[in-house]
Design a protein. Structure first.
Length: 348
């Protein structure tokens, strides 16, 4: 097998149908069809709506990716697909499609972990991952700090959210402020004209006592409640809510805790590179604060471009080529979709 394998990656764990095609570390196609607009009026992703949208988008997105890459399906060396974690009905659509392709083409199938794929994708932009590196994954469904030695073998969780994910907090606070779903990009935009020290919102799990048990864990549910109480008090008093100031102060609280803990974890693990991934990695304040705090400790920060931070098929293909190049064992054809696939299981 070549060290520049050609892999097709399929991602359907949430509301994006992503098909990526990667050769070695080169991205050839990254076709994404999102059902986000169908969920907007519900204020969150509706699993059944997402599954149906994946079914409808699968074949056209696959065709679009092959056209863009200028390849035929028969050219690929392997199929990689997100087998978990995620919404089970949504995952099933991708896994079933991947199995059909693997059987039809006679190619191996790799059922991969969604979080490991968020880590591997940065290789497409910034080259091979330093081993070890510290990954901070922040999205609508997860917020974790991971020690990564070899992304094809497994990652060691150092900490995670004990309640809401960071992106979930952005989405809930945006809703309180009357901003559309998904809220992260809207808060990011509003915050640019706001005062980030206008309101002193709480920083979860940063007290001396909490740090003893939860040094690298996060909690965003108290912050969300605090924003809700503050906004309600303004409304009761008949005062207009200063949306930009609330957005900026809330965003500052989230980014403060995330970057503080990521840098602390890197220093304590003796790691010189922090990789940030997941949808919230697109946040402009998170990027600048991480750069600032990490460089003060001699630590490099790598963040893929926003389109590769949010869910996509390229990340799955990027992990797939690495698995093939490193000779890792493929999955069995009866591989299940596992909505709670642990981060320690890279290939199901
Ligand atoms: O990784 P992703 O596309 O899907 C999940 O696996 O969840 O992340 C989506 C999340 C949403 O919660 C969205 O509000 C958040 O990422 N997000 C942002 C920004 N862009 C997307 N949060 C903060 N600032 C942004 N610029
Ligand atoms: Zn994700």
């Amino acid at each position: 097998m070549t060290d520049q394998p050609l892999v097709l990656g399929i991602e359907t764990s949430c509301d994006e149908t992503g098909i990526g095609i990667v050769r070695g570390h080169t991205l050839l196609a990254d076709a994404v069809a999102s059902s986000v607009e169908e969920h907007a009026r519900f204020g969150g992703v509706v699993p059944e709506v997402a599954s149906r949208a994946h079914l409808e988008a699968m074949v056209p997105t696959l065709e679009r990716a092959c056209d863009t890459a200028g390849i035929r399906l028969a050219d690929v060396d392997a199929i990689a697909v997100t087998s978990g974690p995620g919404l089970v009905g949504a995952l099933l659509v991708g896994v079933a499609a991947a199995k059909a392709l693997a059987i039809g083409l006679g190619k191996p199938i790799y059922g991969v972990n969604h979080l490991a794929a968020h880590v591997a994708v940065d290789q497409l932009e910034h080259g091979p991952l330093p081993e070890p590196c510290l990954a901070m994954l922040v999205s609508g469904g997860h917020s974790s700090l991971l020690r990564v030695e070899d992304v094809t073998l497994g990652v060691t969780p150092l900490g995670a959210t004990i309640d809401d994910a960071a992106g979930e907090a952005f989405d809930k606070v945006a809703r309180l402020l009357g901003l559309p779903f998904p809220g992260g990009p809207h808060i990011d935009r509003e915050a640019r004209s706001g005062n980030s020290i206008a309101i002193d919102f709480p920083r979860g799990l940063t007290s001396r006592r909490d740090l003893e048990r939860h040094r690298f864990d996060f909690s965003f549910s108290g912050l969300k409640t605090s924003v809700a109480r503050w906004v309600e008090a303004q409304q009761r008093a008949g005062v207009a809510v200063p949306v930009a100031d609330v957005a900026a102060s809330f965003q500052e609280a989230v980014c403060d805790v995330l970057t503080r803990k990521a840098v602390d974890a890197a220093v304590s693990e003796g790691i010189d590179t922090i990789l940030i991934g997941g949808g919230v990695a697109a946040n402009s304040r998170l990027r600048s604060m991480a750069e600032e705090r990490a460089s003060a400790k001699g630590i490099r920060v790598r963040v893929p471009r926003p389109g590769l931070c949010t869910d996509n098929g390229a990340m799955v293909a990027a992990l797939g080529t690495e698995l093939v190049a490193r000779g890792r064992t493929a999955s069995a054809l009866d591989l299940p979709a596992d909505s709670s696939q642990p981060i320690t299981t890279v290939v199901a």
